[in-house]
Design a protein around this ligand. Structure first.
Ligand SMILES: Nc1ncnc2c1ncn2[C@@H]1O[C@H](COP(=O)(O)OP(=O)(O)OP(=O)(O)O)[C@@H](O)[C@H]1O
Length: 294
């Protein structure tokens, strides 16, 4: 069963805006840093639209045929005609077998396409989407002999996600595509949403989830590396498994934090014992907790 989506005021606002634009026939693009809930939000909105959902994960190796479809093998057809009993007539034909790629499948049937991290695919691969978004036709002429233009089903819609701060393995979003979608920037989760998600996903009570979230948010604000909500969910889930409390005097809590996010705080190759590291993380934590109370 997929994880239940937690709707806070922050998410409701984004959902209402996105559903409005999608129902008016425009594609929506959530653009923001890692772990800010873009994929979860896109999938939830896709489900709200009430159409089957097709997902696609951007990939640098993709060619247009990986998205649109292609020919896989040949089909041989043989007809033997013995209508006049003394005469045998044989007819043989070979033709290629076309299979729909995910985009074609969604366009043909009016499904909702969630194209996650789509800037990981090359711009020339994503170009097949330009006419889909602008003219609502899918051009298959370079790939298929028979059907060359597919009229896009009126219920077809697309939700894109991308992370502009990722520098490895992503491509610049081409202007032509940028021009055809409504980009909603996702700057980061608000505290209420983050606590609600961490509490909901781990089962920890609100106050305990809030303590973990405040620490991670403090580190995110102050360190070069930015631990995302995934770190908070991890710490909370581990504590909840054995009923441990997120208190700074609890050595298990400090050790779990150390293991999950220690590498985000300490850079130097620390030639110190685990106890010294734990002491340091305790000092760090106190700083973040008190900063958050200000
Ligand atoms: N509203 C929500 N309800 C429940 N869980 C959520 C919600 N938003 C985010 N999450 C959880 O937070 C984590 C990060 O969310 P998600 O994967 O959607 O982020 P993302 O912005 O797509 O990240 P990335 O750019 O790294 O792919 C996931 O474990 C996800 O299930």
């Amino acid at each position: 069963m997929p994880d239940a989506f937690i709707e806070t005021a922050y998410f409701k606002d984004l959902m209402n805006r996105a559903v409005l634009y999608l129902q008016a026939g425009y594609a929506v693009h959530f653009c923001g840093p890692a772990g800010t809930g873009k994929t979860a939000l896109a999938m939830h909105i896709a489900e709200l639209l009430g159409r089957p959902v097709v997902t696609l994960q951007g990939n640098d190796e993709y060619k247009p045929s990986d998205l649109v479809g292609g020919n896989s093998g040949m089909r041989r057809r043989k007809v033997l005609d013995n209508y006049v009993h003394s005469v045998w007539k044989a007819e043989e034909a070979m033709d290629s077998v076309w299979y729909d790629g995910r985009i074609t499948h969604a366009c043909r049937n009016g499904y909702t396409l969630v194209y996650d991290d789509f800037t990981r695919s090359k711009p020339e691969t994503n170009n097949v989407l330009l006419a889909v978004l602008q003219e609502r036709t899918l051009d298959l002429s370079t790939l298929q002999k028979g059907e060359t233009k597919l009229s896009v089903h009126p219920d077809f819609s697309v939700i894109f996600t991308s992370n502009p701060s990722e520098y490895a393995g992503v491509h610049i979003l081409q202007d032509a595509l940028k021009d055809r979608v409504i980009t909603i920037p996702i700057r980061g989760l608000d505290r209420e949403s983050e606590v609600a998600i961490v509490s909901g996903r781990s089962g920890l009570p609100w106050r305990e989830a809030a303590r973990i979230v405040d620490i991670i948010r403090g580190i995110r604000r102050n360190s070069v590396k930015k631990p995302s909500i995934r770190a908070s969910i991890m710490v909370a889930t581990i504590l909840a498994t054995r009923g441990f409390k997120p208190l700074s005097e609890n050595p298990v809590f400090l050790q779990v934090l150390m293991d999950v996010i220690g590498s985000e705080i300490f850079y130097e190759s620390d030639d110190v014992s685990n106890n010294q590291l734990l002491e340091r993380i305790r000092t760090e934590l106190e700083k973040y907790i008190s900063e958050d109370r200000k």
